[in-house]
Design a protein around this ligand. Structure first.
Ligand code: IDP
Ligand code: MG
Length: 144
């Protein structure tokens, strides 16, 4: 999900391109301004952190672009494309490493496991908003 700083900075297209370029397939996307309730639920496991209030304010400060991407190893590779939580520690070449400076403005969210991906997809999307399709280039991205 592109966070509000990514939207405000006009980086939506460039951040999506990182996932497209890698060979992942977009199956759902929306443009929305998340409610505080949704964000508190989304980040529930961080509720006891000192930065929690700032985090909810940050991600609720403007529109976001939640997406669902498919492909081999997408959760693990998605996290590698995104980079470490703190952009000052993210490797150059990663999204946060290339575009960010601080944890509280780190541009993009990525699910950290298949279980959390399923939970988050359920939170952000209705079942009929997930659009399955077969890319005609699939054989040129995947060997099986
Ligand atoms: P992640 O986004 O890399 O999975 P999490 O630990 O799940 O990182 O934290 C969720 C979000 O909370 C981060 O992306 C970042 O925006 C914010 N955050 C995490 N740690 C800090 C911190 O130490 N200071 C400020 N914000 C933080
Ligand atoms: Mg996380």
């Amino acid at each position: 999900m592109v966070k509000p700083d990514g939207v405000q900075r006009g980086l939506v297209g460039r951040l999506i391109a990182r996932f497209e370029d890698k060979g992942f397939k977009l199956v759902a996307m929306k443009y929305t301004w998340a409610s505080e309730c949704l964000l508190r639920n989304h980040y529930a496991e961080l509720a006891d952190k000192a930065f929690f209030a700032n985090l909810i304010e940050y991600v609720g400060s403007g529109p976001v672009v939640p997406m669902v991407w498919e492909g081999p190893g997408v959760v693990k590779m998605g996290r590698r494309l995104i980079g470490a939580t703190n952009p000052s520690e993210s490797a150059p070449g990663t999204i946060r490493g290339d575009f960010g400076l601080q944890s509280g403005r780190n541009l993009i969210h990525g699910s950290d496991s298949i279980v959390s991906a399923e939970r988050e997809i359920d939170l952000w999307f209705d079942a009929d908003e997930i659009v399955g399709w077969k890319s005609s280039l699939e054989n040129w991205f995947y060997e099986d």
